[in-house]
Design a protein around this ligand. Structure first.
Ligand code: SAM
Length: 264
């Protein structure tokens, strides 16, 4: 009997057509010294290739109907480790080793929480390769313009995002509604932004600046109960126009701005 895909788990499986799986392996480049974390192995199409190319593949899968299929398929693979559970609940510290690489075609309904969780384990994870919805991938990796959001800044603060390639929806079974994008996030090993400012302070200002996309930076920052005159004064020091929008402010300027507010 063939597997019945569940919409609630975002189950759009990659089939081994059109060399997509090979392309994922080529760009993510796993090697025999590396452990991999795969979120949502599904029926194991990508897992099969990862097992051949890496030291160990730790898979986290929520759907118990897939457990039997996966255990049977990989019963002879000693480097296959299946953890049944919800990726957002599972304690990754129990099995992740330093320098783990994440390679996954994730369930799209929890893209942001997954990215945030992976970033929070940056002591063990150094590179992340993910299949996401095309628009989300473009937003995560946007270097300028309207697509930038709090998630873009979150990725930039901890790493470097790159949009690698697009995968048409027809390459999945069943096909999702929209095309997908494959992205990478290489976490900053030198912690270059974390060294400059605390995560908490940085995101306090970033979140406020993006709180209403239609409003300018002065109005958005005033939600932090900072007097508008002081906001304008600090913006002027940094050469930012008062009617500027958060999406046009670089991470370096955000850090400078947050530091100014914290000292004044
Ligand atoms: N990797 C497979 C492939 O490329 O064919 C399947 C990808 S499918 C887009 C997403 C997978 O994530 C499914 O296997 C689904 O059951 C699993 N999944 C959904 N929600 C999950 C969660 N909260 N934790 C772990 N796995 C989950």
């Amino acid at each position: 009997m063939s597997f019945k895909h569940k919409k609630k788990y975002g189950q759009n499986f990659l089939t081994d057509q059109n060399n997509v799986l090979d392309k994922i392996i080529e760009v993510s480049n796993p090697n025999k010294n590396e452990e991999i974390l795969e979120i949502g192995p599904g029926e194991g199409a990508l897992t099969e290739l990862l097992l051949k190319k890496s030291k160990k593949v730790n898979c986290v899968e929520i759907d118990t109907d897939l457990e039997k299929i996966l255990r049977k398929k990989f019963k002879n693979e000693k480097n296959f480790n299946l953890i049944m559970g919800d990726i957002l609940e599972v304690d990754l510290n129990k099995f992740l080793v330093p320098n783990t690489k994440v390679i996954a075609n994730i369930p799209y309904y929890i893209t942001s929480p997954i990215i945030n969780k992976l970033i929070s384990h940056r002591d063990k994870i150094n590179e992340i390769y993910l299949m996401v919805q095309k628009e989300v991938g473009e937003r995560v990796c946007a270097t300028s313009g309207k697509e930038r959001s709090v998630l873009t800044l979150a990725v930039e603060f901890f790493g470097k995002g790159e949009y690698l390639f697009t995968i048409p929806k027809e390459f999945f079974t069943p096909p999702p509604k929209i095309d997908s994008g494959f992205i990478s996030i290489k976490l900053h090993q030198d912690r270059k932004y974390e060294k400059q400012i605390s995560e908490k302070v940085f995101f306090k200002y970033v979140k406020a600046a993006f709180s209403n996309k239609r409003k300018n930076i002065v109005n958005n920052l005033s939600t932090l109960k900072i007097p508008k005159d002081l906001i304008k004064e600090n913006l002027e020091i940094l050469g930012i126009a008062p009617n500027e929008r958060a999406e046009n402010i670089t991470i370096d300027k955000f850090i400078e701005l947050a530091k100014l507010f914290e000292t004044k």
